[in-house]
Design a protein around this ligand. Structure first.
Ligand SMILES: NC(=O)c1ccc[n+]([C@@H]2O[C@H](COP(=O)([O-])OP(=O)(O)OC[C@H]3O[C@@H](n4cnc5c(N)ncnc54)[C@H](OP(=O)(O)O)[C@@H]3O)[C@@H](O)[C@H]2O)c1
Length: 239
């Protein structure tokens, strides 16, 4: 049985992950971490919600982060000091915070991915193949998310832009839309003379992120210290 702590347990992503995790026979939720204790929820949800990761960390095999960059970096220090693997789904890190994550990964397994879904990770691969073939095409990224999303561009759009920049050597324009309850859409437009190609991924619900996260939990608890992404989990044989 893999014992898991979910940070941001009552948020949009954390609560969706927990709903999906409770159906898995090999995963056990030991505790949810939130900014404040929620004793009133314990009975209804049937698991503990604490604001103090330090007090419960010894009971877990890994921690999962869907909070915000500051909280994630604080929790990561606790995980590293206690030799517990950490899976980070949070987005919006500064360069300094990314450095902290890389340093922690020298001591513990850390899986960092701005998007846990199988579909988006396949999209990363399709985009890199398309950029290599469509030389001279103009490339733009358009991403849409719900009105409450705090970071823009999305972590997924930044990752797509980095993949394209590494191959094409140019910074790619990204347009961000924040509206309604859109779970997450990403389109990469390749426009050439007389034609265009659009690669689009649309998330219909957060279940796709939760299902990828569940696969990542199994991976990260078996891994040795190092920094991993969802390619290591989903497509270990594709480079
Ligand atoms: N990698 C992926 O596949 C993926 C998919 C979706 C979202 N995300 C990312 O995941 C993150 C969370 O997204 P979301 O939509 O679930 O946000 P959300 O609904 O705002 O959930 C975040 C939760 O974390 C809590 N929190 C804040 N500070 C905390 C702390 N110090 N300790 C413990 N809990 C704390 C928040 O509590 P309060 O509300 O009281 O502040 C909230 O309940 C974002 O960075 C988002 O971009 C990643």
């Amino acid at each position: 049985m893999i014992k898991v702590i979910v940070c941001g347990a009552l948020g949009r992503m954390g609560s969706c992950l927990i709903k999906n995790m409770l159906k898995e026979k090999d995963l056990e939720l030991v505790c949810g971490i939130e900014k404040k204790d929620h004793p009133e929820l314990r009975e209804e949800w049937n698991f503990q919600i604490s604001s103090d990761l330090m007090s419960v960390i010894k009971r877990t095999d890994c921690i999962v982060e869907f909070t915000n960059p500051k909280a994630t970096c604080e929790h990561l220090k606790v995980a590293a000091n206690n030799c517990k693997p950490c899976l980070i789904g949070t987005t919006g890190f500064t360069e300094g915070q990314l450095k902290e994550i890389r340093n922690a990964a020298k001591r513990i397994p850390v899986l960092l991915s701005p998007n846990m879904s199988v579909g988006v990770n396949l999209l990363f691969k399709l985009v890199s193949d398309a950029v290599k073939v469509l030389k001279g095409y103009d490339i733009e990224i358009i991403e849409s998310h719900h009105r409450y999303k705090k970071d823009a561009p999305s972590g997924t759009a930044k990752n797509l832009a980095d993949i394209i920049k590494d191959i094409k050597g140019e910074k790619i324009p990204v347009s961000s839309i924040r509206a309604g309850d859109i779970v997450g859409d990403h389109t990469i437009l390749f426009a050439g003379g007389g034609e265009r190609i659009e690669l689009t991924h649309r998330a219909h619900s957060r279940d796709s992120f939760a299902q990828g996260t569940i696969q990542a939990i199994r991976f990260v608890t078996e891994a040795s210290a190092g920094l991993y992404n969802m390619f290591d989990v989903l497509f270990p044989n594709i480079k």
